[in-house]
Ligand binder design. Structure first.
Ligand code: 5GP
Ligand code: ZN
Length: 112
């Protein structure tokens, strides 16, 4: 399958790894929107939030707990941070392997 994030997870495309466990891989975004910008992706290829099923519920919970760990490790807890998931065209999704942006390190304004 031709998926850039699957290639990153497999190591075929290099990335700056931040965190990895059995189900998740996290790495620095190549075009950071803030001083800290990490992408958290499940190792399982799921195209978007609309492709999740009931059986993915533990995986989704694990993503949020993984984000919590990463935020702590990167020192984002005190000042706060933002978690973003983009879905589809209007959402601005460009990579169709579900991922969550963890953004912090400066004051963020607005929603769009
Ligand atoms: P989306 O727009 O789909 O929510 O987010 C995709 C993100 O992936 C973008 O922020 C983009 O900068 C990042 N990205 C795209 N290609 C690569 C890559 O090859 N390596 C890394 N580290 N990030 C990438
Ligand atoms: Zn993929």
């Amino acid at each position: 399958m031709d998926c850039i994030f699957c290639s990153i997870i497999s190591g075929d495309i290099p990335s700056k790894k931040v965190y990895e466990d059995e189900n998740l891989y996290a790495f620095y975004d190549i075009e950071p929107a803030a001083p800290t910008h990490v992408l958290i992706v499940p190792k399982k290829h799921i195209a978007s939030i609309m492709d999740l099923t009931e059986e993915d519920a533990p995986l989704v919970g694990g993503i949020l707990l993984g984000i919590q760990k990463i935020a702590k490790e990167l020192g984002l807890e005190e000042n706060g941070f933002r978690v973003v998931n983009n879905m589809g065209q209007h959402g601005g999704q460009t990579v169709f392997h579900i991922h969550f942006h963890l953004i912090g390190g400066r004051q963020l304004f607005g929603m769009v």
